[in-house]
Design a protein around this ligand. Structure first.
Ligand SMILES: [Zn+2]
Length: 408
């Protein structure tokens, strides 16, 4: 499975972080955990198809965790989706969605199935499919909030083909039966036992999504022996009081859950806007649990990198959001431009009026920025001049024929 953080901010978006949402891709299906504002755009940028969403899990009713839901459902309607979509959330999620579409007088083209979870539950299997299931447990936040564990069911063990042949197994159905755990009777009456031919079942991968909670035993239960634990780390240890007061975790709380649950990889997210550098939080978590990563928007996390790398191709340059002014970026950009003179934009000619002092000042500062780093101003002027020397952003490729919005 591939886990793609779509938004890693807590409470409010910032210039570089979007609201909470994580996509999980598995065998061509996408499962969305929370759906903050912008989740659907971030999916596009991540290279994920919105039409592949099978199920959306809403952890709780803090607006930043579900504010993108109606927009996303509307897009699926415009894409003429017909496939069923399941929405899991606290009781009230059905009313919320249906009221919105009633209000707008929209009849959805696809069926919605709601799984509403009552507040006083202990543990519930909220989704059960042939190969996976999802379990929910209540967490400890200032309001009702639940965490999720996405679990692949154990896969049957491998059939030892040489052994099977030696015992007289020749037909496909015989192999299938053996794999399914059934013993097979040969024509001469010999019984070939499944346990002799098939190896041990292979354990499935697992992922836990735990956000908006103080440390609690249910987090540990959900995260037990997971491949990836995605846990909030809103505050650093110095603000532990604030975390307790607001019902959130510190980076050390996340590490504690990871340690107790013996997870393989901890990914921290849901950062307070006060941490412009989230590596402060990473350092604190790593002190207690070393295999910790910082969730970076659109950067995929693989449970099986050898087979999964390249399946999801982001449609945007991931670097632009966090960097752009580092020395390395400057060098790269300079190397792309062979003629050094071309690095300077020609001064724009103003025929109708004399530029004011104020304009000149702006113009100069934007020129100096145009090769030392991207800025809003330099982009704007470059657009005006249609300057072909500047690197153009990679366009987002339409993912389905229905993403061509000219149609509507
Ligand atoms: Zn939150």
């Amino acid at each position: 499975m591939i886990i793609v953080p779509l938004g890693v901010a807590s409470a409010t978006p910032t210039a570089t972080r979007h609201l909470s949402s994580v996509a999980l891709w598995r065998e061509g299906s996408v499962y969305l955990f929370d759906c903050g504002e912008n989740a659907q755009m971030r999916m596009l940028q991540a290279g994920l198809k919105r039409s592949q969403i099978e199920c959306i899990f809403i952890s709780h009713f803090d607006t930043d965790h579900y504010s993108g839901l109606i927009g996303l459902l509307s897009t699926l309607q415009l894409q003429r989706r017909e496939k069923k979509l399941t929405i899991v959330g606290p009781v009230g999620i059905k009313k919320f969605v249906e009221w919105n579409f009633d209000f707008a007088n929209v009849d959805l083209s696809y069926p919605l199935e709601f799984v509403e979870v009552e507040e006083d539950f202990e543990e519930q299997r909220v989704l059960d499919e042939e190969e996976i299931f999802v379990e929910a447990r209540p967490l400890n936040h200032s309001k009702f909030c639940m965490g999720f564990r996405f679990q692949e069911k154990d896969r049957p063990g491998k059939v030892d083909a040489d052994k099977a042949q030696a015992k007289g197994i020749t037909e496909d159905w015989q192999y299938k039966d053996l794999k399914a755990g059934k013993d097979v009777e040969l024509e001469d009456g010999t019984i070939v036992k499944s346990v002799d031919i098939v190896g041990h079942p292979r354990p499935g991968d697992s992922f836990a999504y735990i956000t908006d909670t103080r440390y609690c035993p249910n987090s540990v239960k959900l995260a037990m022996n997971t491949n990836v634990l995605f846990h909030e780390a809103t505050f650093s240890e110095s603000l532990a009081d604030k975390a307790e007061e607001t019902g959130h975790s510190t980076a050390k709380d996340a590490a504690r859950v990871a340690n107790e649950a013996k997870t393989k990889l901890l990914v921290i997210s849901h950062f307070s806007a006060r941490y412009t550098n989230q590596y402060v939080l990473l350092r604190e978590a790593r002190d207690d649990f070393f295999p910790t990563w910082v969730a970076t928007e659109l950067r995929p996390i693989f449970t099986d990198p050898a087979h999964e790398k390249g399946i999801i191709q982001p449609k945007v340059y991931l670097k632009e959001i966090n960097t752009g002014t580092s020395k390395n970026d400057y060098k790269k950009r300079s190397n792309n431009i062979t003629d050094k003179k071309k690095r300077f934009r020609k001064r724009k000619k103003h025929t109708d009026s004399k530029p004011t002092r104020g304009y000149r000042k702006t113009s100069r500062s934007s020129e100096s920025k145009s090769y030392s780093g991207r800025s809003y101003r330099s982009d704007r002027h470059n657009d005006d001049n249609n300057n072909s020397n500047q690197r153009k952003p990679k366009p987002i490729t339409p993912r389905t024929p229905f993403d061509d919005f000219d149609r509507f």
